[in-house]
Write a protein that binds this ligand. Structure first.
Ligand SMILES: [Zn+2]
Length: 395
């Protein structure tokens, strides 16, 4: 049996579940729908659905959860384009750098929308991050729990009937559903695809010393309550021909700033994070055997901007890239000896991937296809990492 897709190189270890035959994987197969679907019909379908939500019951027609990513710019521009009135909600993951805050604030001011940033209790949050790292080799789970539950609480509490997300990752990455299924947000989908089956309860008990009451927003609201209020969550990627790098590049016209990094060629996705392409990427490799660049290479091969062989070359270029993880341990309040202990005991097979200074000094240029190069604009280098609160920042 093949362990990687012969076309896009995705490994069988993909946490969403992947099937592979001798020619391609389930993700590649579902991707072909993008060229078969009549997207005008899908757009009409979406218009019909959204039309029912316009100014029905509340001041806001929908909640749009964001992190300040280029994809959020795209989603918000579509939501406003069809005349919906959104409430934009962001959960602070405390990992943003200066570029991340700039992109978030620019999103809110450029589109001139009502918004708020939820800052979770820092002590509880760090406790959960510490436990999540210790038990699951994952530092983003507490954020993912908030990011996928808090907007649902907001919609429920404020009687806003709709939540609009950008892409459905299970469709886009591994083709778990057809676009035609128009899978919607659900507690199951959240647990299965956003949280890798780890819910807030798994992080307490003999883990973090956290009071159950502090975890309310980390948990999905009661399904029966949501159903009673009729809160629905849609993914735009089921209704439009989703092409992240092309969409994200176009968002620079609204002031989105791409960020240079050494772990992938994609300068748009999750630009502005101090951990995403650093410690988080290393832990991803430890947990599931591949890095974020694999997602990007698979996507670009499917969209025809890389050949399978060009993709392979990029994977070998980026898979050995080193990460700078010490700033994360400083943020968590871990001593130098604690940091050394962790490296020796938990990352002993990955020491070659760890740099003790900023990795950007090591940048070497990979060979990119012309089609891909055309999608990459100039990016910036972050100057300040781990900016806890974004007030008063200016780039
Ligand atoms: Zn594939």
């Amino acid at each position: 049996m093949l362990s990687n897709c012969p076309k896009c190189h995705y490994p069988l270890t993909h946490p969403f579940g992947l099937t592979i035959n001798e020619r391609e994987c389930s993700g590649c197969l579902t991707h072909k729908e993008k060229d078969q679907i009549n997207w005008d019909d899908k757009a009409n379908e979406l218009d019909l659905i959204l039309g029912r939500f316009k100014k029905q019951r509340s001041r806001y027609d929908c909640v749009v959860p964001v992190v300040g990513d280029a994809e959020d710019y795209y989603t918000l521009s579509k939501v406003l384009g069809v005349g919906l009135s959104p409430l934009v909600v962001c959960v602070n993951d405390y990992f943003k750098n200066d570029i991340g805050w700039n992109n978030l604030h620019n999103l809110m001011t450029h589109f001139d929308v009502d918004s708020f940033v939820f800052n979770p209790d820092m002590r509880v949050y760090k406790d959960l991050v510490r436990t999540s790292l210790r038990k699951f080799d994952h530092i983003m789970l507490p954020f993912l729990q908030l990011h996928t539950a808090f907007p649902v609480h907001v919609a429920y509490e404020r009687k806003i009937p709709l939540i609009i997300w950008g892409q459905n990752q299970a469709v886009e990455q591994v083709g778990k559903f057809s676009h035609h299924d128009a899978a919607e947000m659900s507690r199951w989908n959240r647990r299965e695809h956003d949280l890798f089956n780890v819910e807030a309860g798994h992080l307490i008990g003999n883990g973090a010393q956290v009071d159950e009451r502090d975890l309310n927003y980390y948990r999905y609201p009661e399904v029966s309550s949501i159903a009673r209020r009729g809160v629905r969550g849609l993914y735009l990627s089921n209704y439009m021909r989703w092409d992240p790098i092309a969409q994200n590049q176009a968002m620079t016209k609204f002031g989105f700033i791409p960020e240079t990094n050494t772990a992938t060629f994609d300068i748009y996705e999750r630009a502005g994070s101090s951990v995403y392409y650093q410690f988080h990427d290393l832990l991803k490799m430890k947990r599931i055997g591949y890095r974020k660049v694999n997602d990007h290479v698979a996507r670009e091969i499917r969209h025809g901007r890389l050949t399978s062989i060009e993709g392979q070359v990029l994977l070998s270029h980026y898979n050995g890239s080193r990460v700078y993880i010490k700033p994360f341990f400083d943020w968590l309040g871990v001593t130098k000896s604690g940091y050394d202990w962790f490296k020796m005991h938990r990352l002993s097979n990955y020491l070659d991937f760890i740099n003790e200074t900023n990795t950007l000094d090591e940048t070497s240029t990979p060979i990119l296809s012309d089609a891909l190069k055309r999608k990459l604009f100039e990016s910036k280098v972050s100057e300040r990492q781990f900016v806890t609160f974004g007030k008063g920042l200016y780039i």
